[in-house]
Structure formats: C-alpha cells, structure tokens
Design a protein around this ligand. Sequence first.
Ligand code: SF4
Length: 331
Amino acid sequence: MTVEAAWWSSLRDGAVRCELCPLGCRLNQGREGPCGSRANVGGRMAATQYGRLVSAAVDPIEKKPLYHFHPGAAILSVAAQGCNLHCRFCQNWTISQGRDASSSPVTPAQLVARARAEGSLGIAYTYSEPLVWYEFVRDTARLARAAGLKNVVVSNGFLNREPLLDLLPLIDAANVDLKAMDDDFYRKICKARLEPVLRTIRLCREIGTHLEITNLVIPGYNDDDEHLARLVDFVADVGRDVPLHFSAYHPAHRMDAPPTPLETLRRAAALAKRKLDFVYLGNVRIRGAGDTSCPHCGELCVVREGYATRNLLSDGNCCPGCGRKLPLVAA
Ligand code: SF4
C-alpha cells in the first residue's frame, strides 16, 4: 500500500529532496531514505511503510509512558517500520532499524474500526518512530478524531517545523524523547541534532498538545549532574508542570554500557524535583516512583504498581486532599 509522500520536492535528473525531517535527504531514483520509510520511486517520493503494521497491541497508556493523560486507560498501540535516528542504544532496534520485519496491511479506516471495537481510548503511534510514517499517522488521526478517539504519538521529535505544525492539531498527547541535552550526543550517538527536538517540545506546548518528556539515562553518557541539570532547566523553562520520565537503560543494539543503577535514577529524580512538579522513574520497579502526588499538599493522587493504576483523583482531575485542579487530562 505505498502512497505518495508529503513534504518533498523535485530536483534535477529525477532526484527528490525530502523535507519531512531535518536530515533533508537527497534521494536519487530507486534510493531509500535512511529512515527506511520513504523512497524515490520513479522520481516521486513514496511513503513506503504506509499501512504496513509491524506491531499492534492494546497497552496501558502508562506504558507509552503517559501518566497525565487519561490515567489507567487502554490504548491500541501500533507501529510501522522505520526511524530517522540511529541511536546506538535503541531498545526497539529490530523494528526501528530493521528492514525485514513481517508486516500486516491495514487501512486507516480499518485501524480506527479496530480501536473502536477494542474499546480503546484511541490510537497510539509508537514503538518505532511514527513521524517518519507521517502520512499514515495523519490519515488515521483524522479519521480517529472524527470517530471521537484520541491520538497519541511517542516520538523522537526530530521533524521539520512545517510538517509538525500541520500534524499537531490532530494529536491529543505526545511523549517526546529528549535523549540528552547535548548536541554532540545527538550527533555521535543518534546521528541527529538536538535543536529540532527542543523546537518540537516547545511547539507541542505552544499548540496545547498534552506533553510529557522521557529521558533514557545511560551511565557514562548523559547521567552526570551538570548534564541532568541542563535537561531539567530546559523542561522547567517549557513548564514546571510537564511530567518528566527518567527511564532506565539496558544494554541493547550497539551499546554495551552497564544498565542504569537505581542510585543514578534516584539522584536524577532528586535533582529534577527541585524544579519540576512531576518526576517519574520508568523501566524499573521502585515503590512510589511512578505515583502522582499533589504538588500543593503532597496527597497521593494516582498510584501505579507496574502497569496497574489506581486513580484517586476527584472530579476528574482534582486532588483528593486539597481539591485543587491538577494539570492532568482525565475522562
Ligand atoms: S524522513 Fe527519512 S528520507 Fe526524509 S529527510 Fe528524514 S531520514 Fe531522510
């Protein structure tokens, strides 16, 4: 089900320029982009992974992770193959970097029908990098919105401004991966750059898309206090109410640094809590590390054990202790 891509222009001799992400690839005829999702087919840019799902499962929304968007809801979560980053530590590399995962064809209408049949909150575009299968996300999100479903993206945020501005109004919630507050890290470890990711995060906030941020903490790469402080300062500048998830790394793909020690995660959380209201630890079992407490009175509002969620909020999103409204989207 290959369809013509959006966001490209013609060059001489049948080549095309992709204008979707900041890499701006020039592709000669027959060539595929490094994201594995777009190719020059006969002098036109094709979205080669359109509707080719390599994964589809109903997940707790906490697994995205989104902790402040319909806590406890289940959401149909899907992926096609491909990613425009090439992180050495990728935890999902078989579908983000692989080129031979078996896929099942699905149309946007079929996917929306399945989400409704499953009683899902909506559709989460996740696991690999959804923004490189942009056209499928866009077409499905339009239908899902019309059907009263929510659209969620879990993304590396490495996209050009214009495509993002077109897509974001259809997206209800985003978790953006901020891999490091360091352009060198992005260049050397991910083959990308930092600034476009920061721009995406700011744009989500400006447009009003519900936003949460994840940082995978890798020992020896992005875990020193000075670096963590810069990351926290940036998130605090976007909004002290933006939930920040520090996630534990485990050796995968092309990185063999040791797993993140619990002590490192605790140190990151302590540092972040000086400036942010909601800091969570993920990929580990630390009692209380996934709970939401009221930043005003400290009352427990949402309890999370693994992916089991106990919602104690009152009147949708109010603290059960002091009654104040929390920055949390609930039914
Ligand atoms: S989306 Fe893919 S083809 Fe387009 S610029 Fe980025 S990596 Fe290159």
